[in-house]
Design a protein around this ligand. Structure first.
Ligand SMILES: [Cu+2]
Length: 437
């Protein structure tokens, strides 16, 4: 905790430009370099071309989301300020209680340049706290300390302040980002998202056309997981798949001014992309903003395992808080790339695909090739029906539906206690792969 606020600090390409005007809670500033393209954080256009400059803006604060059994959960989280479009002079108050889980997906491209503004909009439900927030790109090679978001090595962004991160991604692959401030708490509370780097090979028309060479009317590939030089990581559809889970007691404690229960963290809501089954296949994108909805809860009644909803008094502000599902829809004789990443704070997860083999093409943002992962290295890909990830790890899996009968297939965590939504069975970390004719 700190007892003063930093002014808005703008940093670009190693050049320090300290803005003289102190930022207040009522005003935010967004840095965008000349020629920079303002883009929504999860807009696929950010991954087009090479040498482009993009300017993004994330807010960090608190909010509420809904578990698959209907229970609410108080969260800390990120939101996409460009997509929400609030005026900058009221961005901070407008953004309160707007956190979403997972965070907006950051789809970046090798060779482009990204300025990512982070505004700390404060914790509306915890005015006693003035926690800073950060963006930490987990696994980025050669990240400089200033933009690494690890607060003991650099700093966190204080309430009401905006800091501009600068990234030039060079190494394609599946990464993840999270707030690193008091990480055990802020990660358990939901400040987790996907960050993946598209390879420059996506610009290679001849390589993309190899998709059509599969015959049977197959289209060109949509893209590749890596610069593989042989199109083995080509895909027709792709999806990031986040493994993370919530401990409802931890979240209740944070909502109700109780000490976080670090030593007893017990993730009773395992989730794919912020939802437990069957909510994982609900295509409602839940994108409306939840501004100006009353908190509606009372902390008088402690949460109980059997009646998690009793502390709510009225309709909780859910909208916009869980924008992603994890339903994979792919045609037969095509390829779906799953960018599986774990930001679990408690458990390993073993994810099984029933009926569609998984071809593991990369791990921890490295293509599976000999010779240090160079494209000319020998293939090290392998087929599996399950993969196991600890927190902070990623695995790139291609589901090849060649010869697979159209129908619904399941992908799920093989730990049976991860297939629940707290007390509700047949839920948790499970989703569907729908293979269409
Ligand atoms: Cu944080």
């Amino acid at each position: 905790m700190r007892r003063f606020r930093l002014g808005t600090t703008l940093l670009s390409a190693g050049l320090f430009l300290v803005c003289g005007a102190a930022t207040t809670l009522a005003a935010a500033q967004r840095y965008c370099p000349p020629g920079g393209i303002l883009s929504t954080a999860d807009n696929a256009s950010m991954s087009i071309g090479s040498g482009a400059v993009y300017c993004l803006h994330l807010g960090a604060g608190d909010g509420f989301t809904q578990m698959a059994d209907g229970s609410p959960a108080y969260i800390f989280g990120f939101q996409d300020e460009v997509a929400k479009g609030f005026p900058l002079d009221t961005l901070v108050p407008d953004s309160t209680l707007g956190a979403q889980f997972p965070a907006p997906t950051l789809r970046l491209k090798e060779g482009n340049t990204y300025f990512i503004n982070l505004t700390n909009v404060g914790l509306q439900n915890r005015p006693d706290l003035f926690d800073p927030h950060t963006i930490h790109f987990h696994g980025f090679p050669n990240q400089i300390t200033l933009y690494d978001g690890e607060p003991m090595g650099s700093f966190g962004t204080n309430m009401g302040a905006t800091f501009t991160y600068f990234y030039q991604p060079h190494d394609p692959g599946t990464y993840m980002f999270h707030c690193h401030q008091e990480a055990a708490e802020h990660m358990q509370m939901g400040m987790l998202g996907a960050a993946f780097i598209d390879p420059i090979q996506n610009d290679n028309a001849a390589m993309l056309a190899l998709g059509s060479a599969r015959g049977g009317g197959a289209p060109a590939y949509q893209g590749f997981a890596y610069n593989d030089n042989d199109a083995t990581t080509g895909y027709d559809v792709q999806m990031p798949l986040q493994l993370a889970a919530f401990d409802p007691y931890f979240h209740w404690n944070d909502m109700c001014y109780q000490p976080p229960r670090f030593a007893f963290m017990d993730d009773l809501y395992p989730m794919f992309n912020g939802r437990g089954y069957p909510d994982t296949v609900n295509t409602d994108d839940n994108t409306a903003h939840n501004i100006n909805v009353g908190l509606g809860h009372t902390c008088d009644v402690p949460i109980s395992p059997t009646e998690g909803k009793t502390f709510w008094d009225g309709e909780p502000p859910y909208q916009g808080s869980r924008p992603m599902n994890s339903l994979v829809t792919v045609a037969a004789n095509r390829k779906a790339l799953l960018r599986i990443y774990s930001l679990s704070t408690t458990s390993f997860h073993t994810i099984e695909s029933l009926g569609i083999p998984m071809r593991v093409v990369g791990r921890d943002a490295r293509i599976f090739r000999g010779g240090g992962g160079v494209p000319s290295g020998l293939p090290r890909e392998y087929l599996a029906n399950s993969v196991t990830l600890g927190g902070g790890e990623s695995i790139d899996v291609i589901l090849d539906t060649t010869g697979i009968q159209p129908g619904t297939y399941f992908m799920f965590a093989r730990e049976l206690d991860h297939l629940n939504n707290n007390q509700e069975g047949r839920g948790g970390m499970m989703t569907e792969i729908r293979v269409t004719p």
